[in-house]
Every structure is written in C-alpha cells, then in structure tokens.
Design a protein. Sequence first.
Length: 252
Amino acid sequence: MIGSSLGIGSLFVICGNVLGLTRTTLSRPFSGDDIQSGDLLWRLAQLSRSDSSPLTLNSMSMQFLASLDNDDEEVVDTRSILEINQEEGVDSYLLEGDIRLSSEQLNRLERNLNETRQKRQADKTVALWTNNQIFYYFDDSVGPRRRRLVRKTLAYLSARTCLDFVENSTYTNRIRVFFGNGCYSSIGMTGGEQDLSLGKGCYTMGTVAHEFMHALGVWHMHMRDDRDDYISVDLSGVPVRFFSYFINYFNG
C-alpha cells in the first residue's frame, strides 16, 4: 500500500520560496477564493506531504473517457492534461495537477488530516448537483468550434448517464467554461458560479469530459478508497516530485 511505502519526507516538496510566489497567468486569479497565491501553494504542499490525506468519493468511473473519439480541432496535440498545466505554470495551484479546490474544501481537507479514518470516510468534501442537472455557459473567450466540441462531449455523457447538462448563464449554481491557461475544474458543485478552464490543448472529447467529470464531483480513479484492494502502485519509474499524485488519499 502506498501509504505505508512512502514516508512524509519522500513525497512532493514545494521549493522554499513558494510563499512568495505570485501567478498572473490565469484568466481569473485564484485570489477570488480569498487564498493568497503563496498560501495556497504552501497548504497544498502540506496535503501532499501527508501520508494520510483525506479526499474521497466512491462514485462514477472515468474509465470510459479513453474510448472517446477525439476527432476535433486539437487532436494533433498529444500533451497530457498535466503536461499542459505544467507548461502553463498552473499545476502547482491545482490538486493532482487539474483539480481546483475552493477555500472551504481546502479548509475541510486540512481539518480532516487530524480526524480518524471513519470520520474522513464520512466527509466527502464535495457537494453534488441537485436533481442531476448541471448548468453551464460559455465565456466569450470560447469560440463557436470549441463550443460545438463541448456540447458534443456533454451529449455523449448525458446519453450514457442520468445527467442533464443545461446551457444557462443565469442559474444560481452554474459552470463558467472559459479559455484559460490550462485544463482544470473545481470538484463538485461549489455554489454560485464556478470556473472550468479549457485552454489551448484541452479541446479533445476526452479532456473536456475529464474536466466536467471533476465538476460533477468525481475524483481521479486512483484516489478511490478501495484502490489498494486491487492494485499495487510501482513508483520506481515515477519522479519524486510526482509521488503525491499517487497517494491513496482516502485510505488512512
């Protein structure tokens, strides 16, 4: 199990000057959540260094994303989501490279670090969308062709689930899809307007579906609390700075 094989000192470490870093690359800064850039980096680093980090959601699978037909404008871009976000300089602000936490979610994760496993398992940290309806709209930065790809992807998801994606820019709880720096999303319904960034390189059906699945409240598959019952994680070929991406956050 990864929790027993990795010590705190072996996990991802942010360099010493992170508290002084500021980023200006995001179309909408993270400061909107009342978290200063340096403080956000430091707090995410503490979660990454813990060997008993507390995220969980036993929910939908993201396995089917690999089967999506990437037949649109940026299929020639073979970079992964993580590679795109690293090149854009935003990955350090995002949990597991593409999940944007609200200040409330980050506070809850930090509090959960000191709780028992039973308490952590009961605290899912995310809110799901009411009546399986997800409201979203496009920022002006997203052009017509990219909008068509997003709509096509959401139609694919809707046809295979009980979810209904509604394009509406005025509903109280809604997703703002914009052409930002990188591919990332909030996790679950955060309340009010929340951002989902689809920047350069993000417009394949698989990537669009991946980020919308996060907005639905779905964590990465390897973060499931029962992961270690089925697989063993071999970190021999993984750079140390990425060890935290393979922590079993849910299984204390």
